[in-house]
Write a protein that binds this ligand. Structure first.
Ligand code: F6R
Length: 596
């Protein structure tokens, strides 16, 4: 949700460094992009569209300066036009600002500035920032104080970076939107996310809300709102720059689907002891929750639904909430543990739900992929899913790792009768996912049904969240209508939509009552001439009623969820590829949604 970059100390390579960083942040938004370099004046270039469009615009321009900022936009205020692209400037053109987030009091600030004679050229909330800085400079403040005074007046969520003509520094501040510094011997970077500068350094400093950073040739300082210096820890990032490349795959999504075996191994490493039948999740093992409430959005919400089932099965009352509904739903909290499931750790809805829970006295836990993310820092505890960086906007490997991590959490904090079977299934999971990847007939299914009117996905128990996730993946990258249902619900309305042009994907694992009932639902759609694709471990006779079978190895139903989902990821991927969609950057979406 908008990507910010800034750098000092790269000399003649400043512009290239900024554009390279933006290309690594493009997953955060791709409506427009721009850069500004400060020298005695500001050199600026911005363009609607993708980074490639910005590159083209830059090929006809000369920008100079060794202090710069850049931005890739996901539109909130105003359409994706050149005018609304960042950086934004003041009336004099001496100030340039990039911003991620939403300034809630922008209208009153804008009204005030317009009455004072300022001219606005965009529809954005961001544009108030350079004009406020302009006023402060005119009133005699130096550049740093002018930025500080301005930031003090902003309400809402922001990560801002600012350059001022004639000043050798980049200034930055954050509230509720991520910002991280990259520290190298001769250069300093700032960005919304580490991949922006990971090719240059693995040393990082995570900024917290209310902190203010100044980067210049002398290095970097972080101060609080009163200007007092804050001693910050320098962390080392644990993943390689190559992990943010495509490694020969056509798309990040496909690469990340294929990375699932490795991601799962990383998640499980050192945390399961199969011989003893135990799980070691460190201090988290002492959490002993008497109730668990999950909060999450999108794909992570589907993982949370899985998590809630795990705890219920262990006899611990548990429920998954859509994070955007949680704060207003105010469910009785008692002494429940509130678990935010969030790949990025920056999703505004999830952070807001976790904060609401904290205000109500709950203990909070972040299940996240990103070390140092806001969720990880704000929650009482963090469980890292260790999936490695995920660049494709559609979450794939992180969903698999979330399910594995939630199983570890449930096993490590509660007692279930079949812990040994689950642990053994988890141990086999990376190899089983590899089998699915090697043998999946997903591409043939995609070829057959690429022109379908709509796609439906059904499952029960642990396979219901997979049905929901299968539909979400299908709609977000193919732009086709897709719905997931608890299998039993189909006959309560959605069956009216089922025709010979609506393939139904039925996830049927095991041969228990759930499987038998789902097969009953399969027969119902078969009777309406809908093509049926069964995703099954072959234990039941669902194959008799299916037009196609996507086979998964026989395993525990919890692990089967990851395997079935792998097939469905591939069906969506191949369908989107056949339809020529922009798979890694689907329209209107962004990887990290930092606004509510
Ligand atoms: C879909 C997808 C989104 C995210 C959702 C939450 O493929 O990626 O639905 O799952 O925006 O994001 P995180 O997990 O970062 O909180």
């Amino acid at each position: 949700m908008c990507g910010i970059i800034g750098c000092v100390g790269r000399g003649d390579e400043t512009l290239d460094t900024l554009v390279h960083g933006l290309s690594k942040l493009e997953y955060r938004g791709y409506d427009s992009a721009g850069v500004a370099l400060a020298n005695s004046h500001i050199d600026l270039c911005k363009h609607s569209g993708k980074i490639a469009d910005l590159r083209e615009a830059l090929s006809e321009r000369t920008l100079s300066g060794s202090v710069g900022i850049g931005h890739t936009r996901w539109s909130t205020h105003g359409p994706p036009t050149d005018e609304n692209a960042h950086p934004h400037q003041d009336c004099t053109g001496d100030v340039a600002v990039v911003h991620n987030g939403i300034i809630e009091n922008y209208q009153s600030l804008r009204d005030e500035l317009v009455s004072a004679g300022h001219t606005f050229t965009s529809d954005t909330d961001t544009e108030v920032v350079p004009h406020l800085i302009e006023d402060a400079l005119e009133a005699g403040a130096d550049a740093e104080d002018a930025v500080r005074e301005t930031v003090d007046r902003l309400e809402g969520s922001y990560a801002v970076a600012v350059v001022v003509a004639g000043c050798d520094s980049v200034f930055a501040a954050r509230n509720d939107s991520p910002l991280v510094l990259g520290i190298d011997d001769d250069a300093t970077y700032l960005a919304s996310d580490v991949p922006a500068f990971r090719d240059f350094t693995d040393k990082v400093v995570y900024l917290a809300d209310g902190e203010f950073a100044r980067l210049n040739g002398a290095g970097w300082t972080v101060t609080d709102t009163d200007g007092n210096v804050i001693e910050k820890d320098i962390d080392t990032v644990q993943w390689d720059p190559e992990e943010t490349g495509k490694s020969g795959y056509d798309h990040f999504m496909l690469k990340e689907i294929h990375e699932q075996p490795r991601a799962l191994r990383q998640c499980l490493r050192g945390r399961v002891d199969e011989l003893a039948g135990t799980v070691d999740i460190g201090d988290l093992g002492d959490l002993s929750p008497t109730g668990v409430q999950f909060v999450a959005c999108g794909t992570s919400y589907h993982a949370a639904l899985h998590g809630a089932q795990l705890f219920r099965e262990a006899g611990i009352p548990s429920q998954a909430f859509l994070a955007s509904e949680y704060a207003t739903a105010t469910p009785p909290i008692g002494d429940a543990l509130v678990v935010g499931v969030t790949q990025s750790g920056e999703t505004a809805d999830t952070l807001s739900a976790l904060r609401a829970a904290r205000r109500r006295g709950a203990r909070t836990l972040a299940v996240t992929n990103v070390v140092g993310s806001t969720a990880a820092r704000e929650c009482d505890h963090a469980l890292y899913i260790r999936a490695g960086p995920e660049i494709g906007v559609a979450a794939t490997k992180t969903f698999a790792s979330q399910l594995a991590a939630l199983n570890l959490l449930a096993l490590g904090t509660s007692t279930t009768g079949d812990a040994r079977q689950v642990i053994s299934a988890l141990r086999d999971l990376p190899g089983h996912v590899q089998e699915v990847l090697d043998e999946s007939a997903a591409q043939e299914v995609a070829e057959l049904y690429q022109d379908a009117n709509a796609y439906f996905f059904i499952g029960r128990g642990y396979q219901e969240p997979v049905a929901l996730e299968g539909a979400l993946k299908m709609k977000e990258i193919t732009y086709k209508h897709a719905e997931g249902f608890a299998a039993g619900e189909l006959k309560h309305g959605p069956l009216a939509l089922v025709t010979e042009n609506t393939p139904v994907f039925a996830i049927v694992t095991g041969d228990d009552e759930r499987a038998r009932k789902t097969i009953g639902n399969v027969k119902e759609v078969e009777a309406r001439d809908a093509p049926v694709v069964a995703i099954t471990d072959g234990q039941s006779d669902v194959e008799r009623y299916a037009d196609h079978v996507l086979q998964i190895p026989e395993t525990h139903p919890r692990a089967a969820a990851v395997l079935a989902n792998t097939h469905l990821q591939l069906v969506s991927y191949h369908t989107a590829a056949l339809l020529g969609r922009n798979i890694d950057k689907p329209r209107n979406l962004a990887k990290s949604v930092t606004v509510e």
